[in-house]
Design a protein around this ligand. Structure first.
Ligand code: WT7
Length: 559
């Protein structure tokens, strides 16, 4: 521990929306953070109004709201056009019987219509349930059934993956094409439904360690969190072109792909199609993307493609952010050398509704750390009794309640909701971390991935990061293998980069590399080469738990 702290990256010179961050941390209040949103003046809130319509009313209707890119297709919509389309969709939903509080799902690819549908649902006071585009029947069914969704917006292709007969509550399926072709009188009433800060707006399904996915419900108040974190962490300004690579079916894609940038009047990029390094680089160069929010897996994929980035002019990029899984220092160094930018890690969860631990653009970065608490957020590292541990100790990463983005409930399941709040006054994340004297938080693992070898606590992330710094290692998953003497020993599963072949010598070299660069007790005692590592289908996170299960099964067999 602490090995990765030695490198400290200073902020790149420039002007940022939040520069006096230490002073703000002293004086911050969430009430102040809401200033700039219109409900502060009018007393009436609707998250969709704040996100889009407000800008039209403030005279920015002609500003470009979005660039849509898919293959050779290009579309541009202004804020006024997004508002008008949102109004149209909202009226169609009303005419189909949707009322305040109803759950309406969206099952669409990453297109402008997907974003507009989500806003339209929220505009009439209903709760939007965006679904990831790659879901198959069972995933679609489970989610809509859980919160008894009544209406679904989809298209001709994706509707084939909607098993309507198995979803009793679903009375209407709307095809976007038909919505687009509906015509209303110019004089039709404004569809905005004014609601309370506590009313529900958005439901995202996320996995727990057991059972079916849980429906995390967010309230309209969350836009306060989205707005201020968009301003300070994304650092959105009027001339920025902002691209978040996540689909709105995931909370990153809705909160930081739609709400936070648009609440700050950004021009956003919506890109369809699958990941391909050349396409991503071409998109940045073509649209002169200035702010880019993605994930470590994507950065690692780009990194592994080597020099092709030299074929593109990526000089427009001024601010890059990451979320979702540990950001390896190697990736930060790569971006620094190849792109001339720092990657700013951010930590939060579906349940937290917005950033909680961040690297502000004006602050120094410590590679290996997720950053410092956002203003107004207090982090605690807790022991098993819920008592705060001293700086430097690894424990349960918890956050003082409440804050505006915090989920309102887990749909229909009070027990699962209460499990997050088992210690009075704290939200418990399920992550393990430590915090240093300067408030930087260092992720270790999920609560159950931690390795304990001969009484030493070892974070697999640190070992994996080191392993992939070795030129032969493409990816690594590190687990604690049960061991009769040491409790656990460190075992690494790796994949090799093209051009390397497995040999005893190579594996020993890799082990020594970790031992020499990190510490002897964390160097893997065993290294096994696999064709590929088990990963989550969607986010590509390496499934250490699966590696561990596989290992335990083998040990049992051989005994
Ligand atoms: C879990 C939450 C909403 C963000 C996208 C994922 C892990 C998240 C980081 C980070 C290391 C991270 C945590 C967390 N995680 N950000 N910067 N470094 N781990 O949201 O699917 O709700 O998952 O993702 O383990 O608990 P999610």
């Amino acid at each position: 521990m602490g090995v990765l702290e030695k490198e400290i990256l200073a902020p790149v010179s420039g002007t940022y929306n939040l520069e006096n961050y230490e002073a703000i941390r002293e004086t911050f209040s969430w009430d102040d953070a809401a200033k700039g949103l219109s409900f502060e003046k009018t007393g009436k809130i609707n998250a969709a109004y704040e996100t889009i319509d407000r800008h039209v009313d403030e005279g920015y209707g002609d500003k470009i709201a979005l660039h849509y890119v898919d293959g050779d297709e290009r579309r541009i919509l202004t804020f006024k056009e997004v508002k008008e389309k949102t109004d149209l969709y909202a009226r169609v939903l009303r005419d189909n019987g949707v009322r305040k509080g109803d759950r309406v799902f969206v099952f669409l690819p990453k297109t402008p219509e997907c974003y507009i549908s989500i806003l339209a649902i929220i505009k009439i006071g209903a709760i939007a349930g965006p679904l990831f585009e790659a879901f198959m029947e069972e995933a679609v069914k489970d989610r809509i059934n859980d919160c008894k969704g009544t209406v679904l917006i989809t298209d001709k292709e994706m509707v084939k993956r909607v098993p309507q007969s198995e979803i009793q509550s679903l009375h209407t399926i709307l095809d976007v094409e038909n919505i687009e072709n509906t015509v209303y009188e110019e004089t039709a009433a404004d569809p905005v439904e004014w609601v309370d800060l506590e009313d529900g707006m958005l439901i995202h399904y996320t996995s727990g360690s057991t059972g079916k996915p849980k429906g995390v419900l967010h309230a309209h108040r969350a836009v306060i969190h989205h707005y201020v974190s968009g301003k300070w962490v994304l650092d959105v300004k009027d001339d920025d072109v902002y691209w978040c690579t996540s689909h709105p079916g995931w909370v990153t894609g809705s909160v930081y792909g739609l709400f936070a940038p648009w609440l700050n009047r950004a021009t956003i990029v919506i890109q369809g199609g699958r990941f391909k390094a050349e396409n991503w680089y071409r998109l940045i160069a073509e649209l002169k993307v200035t702010i880019w929010y993605s994930a470590p897996t994507a950065f690692r994929m780009l990194l592994s493609q080597g020099d092709i980035l030299k074929n593109y002019d990526l000089s427009s990029l001024r601010h890059v952010l990451s979320v979702g899984e540990p950001l390896n220092p190697e990736v930060i160094y790569w971006a620094w050398e190849q792109l001339g930018v720092r990657i700013h890690d951010t930590w939060w969860m579906t349940e937290t509704g917005g950033h909680l631990i961040v690297n502000l653009p004006a602050e120094k970065i410590k590679p290996g750390s997720m950053g410092r608490p956002f203003p107004g957020i207090t982090v605690g590292i807790l022991d098993e009794k819920g008592k705060e541990l001293p700086r430097g100790s690894v424990g349960q990463l918890a956050v003082r309640t409440p804050w505006p983005g915090l989920m309102k409930e887990i749909w229909g399941n009070q027990d699962r909701f209460d499990a997050y709040f088992k210690y009075e006054g704290w939200y418990v994340s399920g992550d393990l971390a430590y915090q240093d004297e300067e408030d930087y938080v260092f992720f270790q693992s999920r609560d159950d991935d931690m390795i304990n070898s001969a009484g030493e606590r070892i974070g697999p992330f640190e070992v994996e990061s080191k392993l992939i710094e070795h030129p032969a290692v493409a990816e690594a998953g590190v687990i604690g293998k049960p061991d009769p003497i040491r409790g656990e020993l460190v075992k690494a599963f790796i994949t090799l980069r093209p051009g390397f072949t497995e040999s005893k010598e190579l594996l020993e070299e890799i082990r020594v590399f970790v031992r020499n660069n990190l510490a002897a007790h964390v160097a893997p005692r065993e290294i096994e080469v696999l064709e590929e590592l088990p990963k989550t289908v969607i986010s590509g996170k390496i499934l250490r738990r699966e590696l561990k299960e596989m290992e335990i099964l083998r040990t049992k067999k051989s005994n």
